[in-house]
Design a protein around this ligand. Structure first.
Ligand code: G3I
Length: 507
């Protein structure tokens, strides 16, 4: 196969092919062809080509045809919250609306984000219960839908408002105990409902062989700073939680959701360091999602920047520029049907299934079609954990290291499909003028579509060749590309990476 073309016909063929492949294993029905899908003009299709999902929050009453046509992911806006589905003792009940949404997603080849398990608000019969009831609910909710849910928000909105950098003080935070009074809940002797909830979720996922990824979700954590340039303490607090519980020995957290309800609140504006903050979390190895995106179009005091379409463009670009930013979800279809209708924050106007695309829609589609960037992190956004792209890595070489190239490979896997992001770092002392990266699949994976490189596959051997714009890799510099693939139920990480014939270190 020779892939990497952005031609619409090829793109729609890919959609049909992947849907058909999934249908063959009984997972989904083929997506209904529509005029827009035929031309490839759909947010979900454009996003898929760039290696991320583009989703929407909805309730069953909003499932007009636009949902399956435009979006590749679905979040129940209210129907999986505990006040709807939690029964006594952590049981799961009343899942009719949630089932409708999950079934719709499956029929339309969309992935689902479960929203949400442990939350101070809309807690229903979980309100005030202890960890063991929460654990029962976590288990029941995970097992109810299994792999039909790609991502679950296990813990939602755990952090305080007003940039305090503290946790909230109402239930479930009341379960927490800081045993040594050192101001955190990270010590072994501490009780931490975030740790314990994720521990339970991880245990259920592992012992049942699920692929569901476990996320923590919050708002006002999007920027490194807030209005006026002050540090975003809430984001820093989230970073410490994700850093702690995504790493060894825990490995509980797979993904972090930046809700991204952008408005004129000083802590909710769009800051220029959004991309740097996404990158900071991504460098912990977790996926980053913008989970509830809407952008206030009230420009009366202009804090969030001028022009809703431009703001959408900026936010989407910030995600696209970070390979581990693997999904964006808008919090509703049209302004009039939004939880914040007065702010007109969404991509469509109109209502009741009769929608009109706004300028913001066009901006998002255009940006998605441009795909991922191969540019290095901006100089104004240094990462505390990653060396500058222009300077070689200062890490001490291990005996097996410094082969001249380093490859970072991450994948985002669901049912029988996956996307992967690959970054090559030139760790040699010479500029690379053009490159081809080879590897072999340990399983039956097949690359179906690629961007920022031309990828060919023969048997289990894959070759990725540079595009025109990323052929040169300076000393210490990087080049990135991505692709989409299929797999037969298991997606082991590839090995044997070699750049221009020389083996690479894998990080
Ligand atoms: O369905 C009833 C309707 O029958 C009744 O007449 C009406 C009277 O108030 O209420 C309707 O239910 C409302 C429900 O939305 C459906 O529209 C609830 O009152 C209202 O509280 C609920 O609001 C939801 C809100 O979460 C609750 O906290 C919003 O739809 C939903 O968009 C919002 O979503 C949250 C995320 O879960 C977490 N992040 C923030 C985000 C926005 O607040």
């Amino acid at each position: 196969v020779s892939i990497g073309s952005g031609h619409p016909r090829i793109r729609s063929a890919i959609v049909v092919l992947s849907a058909a492949a999934l249908a063959a294993v009984g997972a989904v029905a083929v997506r209904t062809p529509t005029a827009d899908a035929a031309t490839g003009d759909s947010l979900g299709v454009a996003a898929e080509k760039a290696g991320l999902f583009f989703g929407v929050a909805a309730s069953p009453g909003r499932l007009s045809s636009i949902v399956g046509r435009e979006f590749s992911q679905l979040t129940p806006e209210n129907d999986m919250k505990p006040d709807t589905i939690a029964g006594s003792g952590g049981s799961v009940q009343n899942t009719g609306n949630a089932d409708t949404l999950v079934n719709y997603a499956q029929s339309n080849n969309m992935i689902v984000r479960g929203h949400t398990m442990v939350w101070y608000s809309q807690a229903g019969s979980l309100q005030g219960t202890g960890q063991s009831t929460l654990n029962t609910f976590i288990k029941n909710a995970l097992l109810k839908w299994g792999n039909k849910i790609a991502y679950w928000d296990v813990v939602n909105e755990s952090l305080d408002d007003n940039n305090t950098g503290k946790r909230r003080n109402q239930w479930p935070h009341t379960l927490d105990k800081d045993s040594n009074n050192d101001g955190d809940y990270f010590d072994d002797a501490d009780t931490d409902y975030i740790r314990d909830s994720f521990k339970q979720a991880r245990q259920v996922v592992q012992s049942n062989g699920l692929k569901t990824k476990l996320c923590i979700n919050d708002y006002d954590i999007e920027g490194l700073t807030v209005k006026g340039g002050a540090k975003n303490n809430k984001s820093e607090a989230m970073y410490q939680i994700v850093k702690k519980y995504s790493q060894e020995p825990y490995k509980y957290i797979d993904c972090v959701g930046f809700q991204s309800h952008f408005n004129d609140n000083p802590n909710s504006i769009i800051t220029d360091d959004l991309e740097a903050n996404i990158r900071r979390f991504a460098e912990l190895g977790v996926e980053v999602h913008l989970t509830e995106l809407d952008i206030d179009d009230d420009l009366s005091n202009n804090d969030i920047g001028s022009g809703q379409a431009a703001n959408y463009r900026k936010v989407v670009r910030s995600c696209l520029n970070v390979p581990k930013c693997t999904g964006i979800t808008v919090w509703g279809i049209s302004d009039s049907e939004s939880w914040r209708s007065s702010e007109r924050g969404l991509l469509f106007s109109g209502g009741n299934g009769n929608y009109t695309k706004k300028a913001a829609y066009t901006a998002v589609l255009e940006e998605l079609k441009k795909g991922r960037s191969t540019t290095s992190p901006s100089p104004t956004s240094p990462s505390p954990t990653t060396p500058s792209p222009t300077s070689p890595s200062p890490t001490t070489p291990s005996p097996t290291m410094e082969t001249g190239c380093r490859v970072a490979y991450t994948d985002n896997t669901w049912n029988n499909g996956f996307t992967a992001a690959v970054t090559i770092t030139n760790t040699s002392s010479n500029t690379i003028d053009s490159w081809s990266l080879t590897w072999s699949w340990p399983g039956d994976q097949k690359v179906t579509n690629a961007w920022n490189a031309t990828v060919t596959q023969s048997g289990n051997q894959v070759t990725a060749r540079n595009g025109g714009h990323n052929k040169t890799i300076e000393v210490g510099g990087t080049a990135s590309f991505g692709f989409q693939g299929s797999h037969g139920g298991d997606n082991p990480t590839p090995g044997g990476f070699a750049l221009n014939g020389s083996p690479c270190t894998v990080s």
